[in-house]
Design a protein around this ligand. Structure first.
Ligand SMILES: Cc1ncc(C[n+]2csc(CCOP(=O)(O)OP(=O)(O)O)c2C)c(N)n1
Ligand SMILES: [Mg+2]
Length: 567
């Protein structure tokens, strides 16, 4: 309870800071270690969602950070709560998403005795969080929470972990609030932009690659105008398809796992690459084979908000330390050459993109995930949000779905399984009026599937399209490629997912033929409940173009172990 004497508990001061910094949603699994902070959520305009597992709570917070550009907030208990949340913390790190995780901690007087569930947060999260700290003095909460918001959003965004000793949260002090935070913009210099103009004017075969965070709808719109004026092909990097309208005439496709070979050839043949916001990490760089390291074979302009990322792997000809938001608005000042030497190339790149994913490829079995993605792209409104986790099933999304609007494809660039379902819950929490569809694998879904209970509890009618092939398919694929016929630990005996959905109080429906999908989807929507559409996928249909047997036979013909491949 807030005191009449102007004092507040540490917990009250903390929650007041969140409200001041604009937090509207937080996700948690409760713990006795932070009761005073939980209690302070009473009468505050912050919706607190209680989850069933900290990995789901942390992923929900990460997804909010990813799409809003402001820190997603998660509260978990000490020790096991914090380690359970580490999946989401790692995703926020790799995906450059702003997030703050508040963790209970043992009382200050017990520290260093390995008290119940005590861990050293700075040591445990030091390497995956952008900043890990502990607040010892309630009077410093406004200062340190304000710093956490700035740190999570500045430069290359990332996760902050703050430990809250239990007794600190109940101590009463008088302290003023910090003022509301706003993310700090990082602008390119005039000299940067004029050097970029010169490089563009000297280019013959340029391409733009975009990714990372610190984008906005306005920034993507500004980039589309720039691409039109310069007739530039633009490709999105792994799982960042929402940064450019897939039907825009300059869109060249998705540079991720198993990309269009024509797009790959185009990037390799470019004489100038304008890389905006992305690190061009292992997946989009095709395991670091696309550009020579450290000196790329083509001219490289690298625009990134994190100074430490510029020159980290690739040495750019021009490094621009700027956030995509600021950089894209500065692009309005550039002028295209009178004669554009690459004129027509964006159209060709876009046509290559469209034809690569136009029609679903034939696959074994009665349910073709490609045809289902084609149906979804033709029937979902552009503002519908798709989420996904990791697994081979995702290949069909990137190839056949058309992402039209900013923040309508939410997936882990870190390749973390279990991401899609909690991310869908977070998106439905933010946008109750928009359709939210999670495309999941059988392995992927069950990593966070317990939070189907959360969907039912908060009446979040997301639709899970669950591609059940009875396999950890990606790993089986690599197994057959590297150790043909030596199957181990990749077969799954699955539950009846329709009964699963119903047992939680949701809607479930089985689809055993592609033609039955549209009616199943409509029924799921009409139910108004969280829903699972259980697709029975033939395990042979392992990628849009290869069967498991063909991969095995190729490996056998090639003599077995071929080295390490990642999925
Ligand atoms: C948290 C996590 N654990 C393990 C992996 C390794 N992994 C990558 S894909 C995959 C299998 C995915 O199976 P499923 O969701 O059924 O999709 P499928 O590949 O069968 O389409 C595994 C185990 C991972 N990426 N993330
Ligand atoms: Mg599977």
């Amino acid at each position: 309870m807030r005191g009449n004497d102007g004092t507040r508990t540490g917990g009250e001061i903390l929650v007041d800071q969140l409200a001041i910094h604009g937090v509207r949603h937080a996700f948690c699994v409760p713990g006795e270690s932070y009761l005073a902070a939980l209690d302070a959520f009473h009468d505050r305009a912050i919706a607190l969602t209680v989850c069933r597992h900290e990995s789901a709570a942390a992923i929900m917070a990460e997804a909010v950070g990813k799409v809003t550009g402001r820190p997603g907030i998660c509260f978990v208990t000490r020790g096991p709560g914090a380690t359970n949340a580490s999946a989401g913390i790692h995703i926020a790190r790799q995906d450059s998403s702003p997030m703050i995780v508040f963790v209970g901690q043992v009382g200050r007087h017990m520290r260093e005795r390995e008290a119940f569930q005590e861990i050293d947060y700075r040591a445990v999260f030091g390497s995956i969080a952008k900043w890990a700290t502990e607040i010892d003095d309630p009077a410093r909460i406004p200062e340190l929470v304000s710093r956490a918001f700035h740190t999570a959003c500045s430069g290359r965004p990332g996760p902050v972990v703050i430990a809250l000793p239990e007794d600190m949260l109940i101590e009463r002090v008088v302290v003023p609030n910090a003022s509301a935070f706003e993310p700090v913009e990082t602008w390119p210099g005039l000299a940067d932009m004029s050097r970029l103009q010169k490089l563009l004017w000297a280019a013959k075969r340029p391409i733009v690659l975009i990714g990372g965070s610190r984008w906005s709808e306005a920034a993507t719109a500004a980039l589309m105008r720039f691409a039109e004026r310069f007739a530039l092909p633009v490709a999105t990097t792994f799982r960042r398809g929402h940064l450019f309208d897939a039907l825009h005439a300059c869109y060249a496709g998705d540079l991720g796992i198993g990309p269009n070979p024509k797009l790959l050839a185009r990037v390799k043949g470019a004489d100038l690459v304008l890389l905006i916001g992305s690190r061009l990490s292992e997946m989009p760089s095709q395991s670091y084979t696309l550009f020579d390291i450290p000196e790329p074979q083509m001219k490289l302009v690298h625009v990134h908000p994190g100074a430490e990322e510029l020159g980290r792997v690739y040495r750019p000809d021009l490094a621009i330390h700027a956030a995509p938001t600021a950089f894209c608005s500065a692009l309005e000042g550039l002028q295209p050459p009178n004669e554009i030497p690459w004129k027509g190339e964006a159209d060709v790149a876009h046509a290559d993109y469209l034809s690569w994913g136009e029609k679903a490829t034939p696959v074994p079995g009665a349910v073709n995930l490609g045809e289902i993605l084609v149906w979804l792209r033709e029937n979902l409104p552009p503002e519908a949000i798709l989420t996904n986790g990791a697994g081979n099933f995702a290949a069909w999304i990137h190839r056949f779905y058309r992402v039209r609007k900013f923040a309508t494809l939410v997936g882990p660039t870190s390749g973390s399984m279990g991401y899609g379902f909690p991310a869908a819950l977070a998106m439905k929490t933010l946008h109750p009026d928009r359709a939210v569809v999670c495309i999941a694998g059988d392995g992927d879904f069950l990593m966070t599937g317990q939070d189907f209970a959360t969907a039912v509890q908060y009446e979040l009618p997301v639709i899970v399209v669950l591609a059940d092939n009875g396999l950890y398919g990606t790993i089986r694929m690599h197994q057959e490629r590297n150790y043909p016929c030596r199957v181990i630990a990749t077969a799954l005996k699955n539950p009846d997912f329709v009964a699963y959905a119903k047992a939680f109080g949701g809607f479930g429906i089985l689809v055993e033929k592609t033609a039955d999908f549209p009616a199943a989807f409509v029924a799921a929507q009409k139910s108004g409940k969280p829903a699972i559409i259980h697709l029975k996928i033939d395990p042979e249909a392992i990628t849009p173009t290869a069967t498991l047997s063909s991969i095995r036979e190729k490996a056998l013909a090639g003599g077995g172990k071929t080295g390490v491949h990642r999925g």
